[in-house]
Design a protein around this ligand. Structure first.
Ligand SMILES: N[C@@H](CCC(=O)N[C@@H](CS)C(=O)NCC(=O)O)C(=O)O
Length: 212
């Protein structure tokens, strides 16, 4: 039994779902809403004390932290390898995963996407100071990803890797903002990769049921 706990709106849940889909693994997505008033239920906190999503449960083996989940999904199941065999390529992939966690997520998703789009959808004005303060870091992230990525259909060239699975959900949200559109114009390799990754069946089938 393979169960992924989390909500489809989460970029982290989506990256795990992309890896499962690209691997060809069937799983059940069990809804856990970490942003529900009062937080997630105690039963979820018993699995993941940090109250973050996703958490994977594979036949009773419970795993949280997306980096660990992504690598486990690749290593535990049959299907195309999602990590390069070459040490330096794998190091590059791991570097991109770290850049996404350490520098991209908060800036691109919370400080820009949520501030520019989610907040205004709820009728609240964006905090322009928060957005403009985030732009330097956003530019660094986009430039770094453009520099680290290689020619070819995927971030690391010819092989689809965990880097694609982890980067696509964050960059997809960021690209919907005017700031994202602007910065991606200056990173044609990254923008082209994102455009083509969006049409993959794995990406289409993991589209959140309602607007993020
Ligand atoms: N370090 C965690 C981060 C996951 C994460 O931040 N998930 C977000 C949703 S995209 C979350 O659970 N946020 C809840 C919160 O911050 O309260 C991982 O790698 O899985």
């Amino acid at each position: 039994m393979i169960e992924l706990l989390g909500s489809d709106y989460s970029v982290y849940v989506r990256s795990a779902r992309l890896a499962l889909a690209e691997k060809g693994v069937s799983y059940r997505l069990s809804a856990v809403d970490v942003f529900a008033p009062g937080g997630p239920p105690d039963a979820y906190l018993a699995l993941n004390p940090f109250a973050k999503i996703p958490t994977l449960n594979h036949d009773g083996f419970v795993l949280y932290e997306s980096g660990a989940i992504l690598r486990y999904v690749d290593e535990a199941f049959e299907g195309p390898a999602l990590q390069p065999a070459d040490k330096r390529e794998r190091a590059r992939m791991n570097q991109i995963l770290s850049v996404l966690d350490a520098y991209a997520y908060t800036t691109l998703v919370w400080e820009i996407f949520v501030e520019r789009i989610v907040k205004t959808r709820g009728g609240n004005p964006s905090d322009e100071v928060r957005i403009s303060s985030a732009m330097g870091q956003a530019r660094r992230v986009v430039t770094a990803l453009e520099t680290l990525s290689q020619a070819g259909p995927f971030l690391l060239g010819e092989q689809l890797t965990l880097a694609d699975c982890h980067a696509a959900p964050m960059l997809h949200l960021f690209s919907q903002t005017e700031e994202g559109e602007l910065l991606l114009k200056g990173a044609p390799g990254l923008a082209g990769w994102l455009d083509s990754f969006r049409s993959r069946p794995s990406f289409v089938e993991t589209e959140p049921a309602s607007a993020v």
